[in-house]
Design a binder for this molecule. Structure first.
Ligand SMILES: [Zn+2]
Length: 82
């Protein structure tokens, strides 16, 4: 289960006079488990296109791993059933 939350572009942390300043608000998966709201941990899709790179995501939790494993097994089962 993935949570979605409101993010504000990380470039909103820049001074407004900065040419890269961006305060675009967008909805993204809450992969960072953000504490602040709206989260400004990641760049908006437009800034990513401009070349800003979001840092690598946290590793999957044990729970997420199990969930993925479960889905894979289900998908395989369905495939075998055909
Ligand atoms: Zn942006």
């Amino acid at each position: 289960m993935v949570d979605y939350c409101i993010h504000i572009c990380k470039n909103s942390r820049l001074p407004e006079t900065d040419p890269n300043y961006c305060d675009k608000v967008f909805i993204e998966e809450d992969r960072e488990n953000a504490q602040d709201y709206p989260s400004s941990q990641i760049y908006c899709p437009e800034c990513v296109k401009k070349g800003f790179k979001n840092k690598h995501r946290k590793k999957l939790t044990e729970e997420q791993r199990k969930e993925i494993g479960k889905r894979l097994r289900q998908a395989r089962k369905q495939k075998n059933g055909l």
